[in-house]
Design a protein around this ligand. Structure first.
Ligand code: GCU
Length: 345
């Protein structure tokens, strides 16, 4: 826990000040929020999951200062519930609904709607900034050292999809959460930070550049991540290669920036690359900012994460399950258990 004493804390800073530092030094500045979004139903009204759900394929068009950008998504909601339902926006690796990272029928059976899109339909997961949303935001594919990388663009798309989700009469607009795994878990925390309307941002095995503290990270380092995936971040982040100790922030700032809503950190015991210990300590560290702002942040149970010991009481939730780097049913069930507990408060 000595590490906790050496961290810089955002004490007394506003959310805007926290975000400003994170944008400048790590993720880059995002485009201005959309002026509006419009939706086209591409493939409507198919009754799926034994008639329990309405499923459609749609496309979302973002109208913004950079022009218009359209990407496809899927939407499913449970029928005959007689009330507005909570929902997830799941940023996924693949296009489609029901997926090895997404047990859609079980999510539906627990009473949740689901919006999902494939991140590469927004922009490719590589250093090419000329395609998709990147191509519109960066004419000629050129960005400056503090312009956002791909994580920022995927997060921007999730927030634009929320613009649509909140307008639907069958959805409880105050109870929409964002979910992502790994690089998309980093994205989910960033989406939560830029958009106050989410109920909770769920990050699964998000590791370096996501939930895990960079200092003393025994898995992925800033050197490793910026070597393999420099395009996820802004160029300024490279200043911290072998220099984590001099970061004026650490990843608990990203969790803290999720105030006024909740953030959830899910770890897998065998996913040492994501460093479960530092994901846990990051929750402990972020809790301070929540508490300073009059909220119950994280209620830890000891100095290290314990297996299958979900910590669901505070506005920062956590669990660690057995197994490897994967978004599993067990993770989803913990997320829903957490939401049910929080909704009942
Ligand atoms: C790599 C990368 C991680 C990332 C992961 C993923 O392992 O190093 O930072 O989270 O890919 O997205 O699956």
């Amino acid at each position: 826990m000595e590490l906790l004493n050496r961290l810089p804390y955002p004490t007394g800073l506003s959310k805007e000040e926290i975000l400003d530092l994170l944008f400048r030094e790590e993720y880059g500045y995002l485009p201005k929020k959309p002026d509006s979004v419009t939706v086209k139903v591409e493939n409507p009204g198919i009754h799926h999951f034994a008639g329990k759900g309405y499923l459609a394929r749609l496309s979302l068009t973002i109208h913004a200062e950079f022009g218009e950008f359209t990407f496809p998504f899927y939407y499913v909601y449970p029928l005959n519930t007689g009330k507005k339902v909570p929902a997830f926006i799941h940023i996924n690796f693949r296009d489609g609904i029901s997926d090895r990272y997404q047990p859609a029928e079980e999510i539906l059976d627990r009473g949740y709607a689901l919006f999902t899109f494939c991140y590469e339909n927004v922009t490719s997961d590589n250093s090419d900034f000329t395609n998709g949303l990147a191509g519109l935001v960066y004419p000629g594919g050129k960005r400056s050292p503090d312009s956002c990388g791909k994580l920022g663009l995927w997060a921007y798309a999730a927030s634009a999809l929320l613009d649509y989700a909140v307008t639907l009469p069958e959805i409880d607009a105050d109870k929409i959460s964002v979910v992502g795994h790994s690089r998309l878990g980093k994205t989910a925390l960033l989406a939560g930070a830029i958009d106050e309307r989410f109920y909770c941002a769920f990050s699964n095995d998000s590791g370096c550049g996501g939930a895990a503290l960079a200092r003393e990270n025994t898995g992925e380092t800033v050197r490793a991540i910026t070597k393999n995936f420099p395009f996820w971040f802004c160029e300024n982040y490279q200043k911290y290669i072998d220099n984590e100790e001099n970061m004026p922030f650490d990843q608990h700032w990203l969790i803290s920036a999720n105030l006024p809503h909740r953030a959830y950190v899910a770890s897998a015991e065998g996913d040492t690359w994501a460093c479960p210990q530092n994901e846990y300590l990051s929750c402990v560290a972020a809790s301070k900012y929540y508490e300073e702002n009059g909220k119950t942040g994280f209620i830890p149970d000891g100095d290290t994460p314990k297996l299958r010991n979900p910590l669901h009481e505070g506005m920062i939730g956590h669990h660690m399950r057995p197994g490897l780097h994967f978004l599993s049913r067990e993770d989803w069930n913990y997320y829903i258990d957490y939401l049910e507990k929080q909704f009942s408060k």
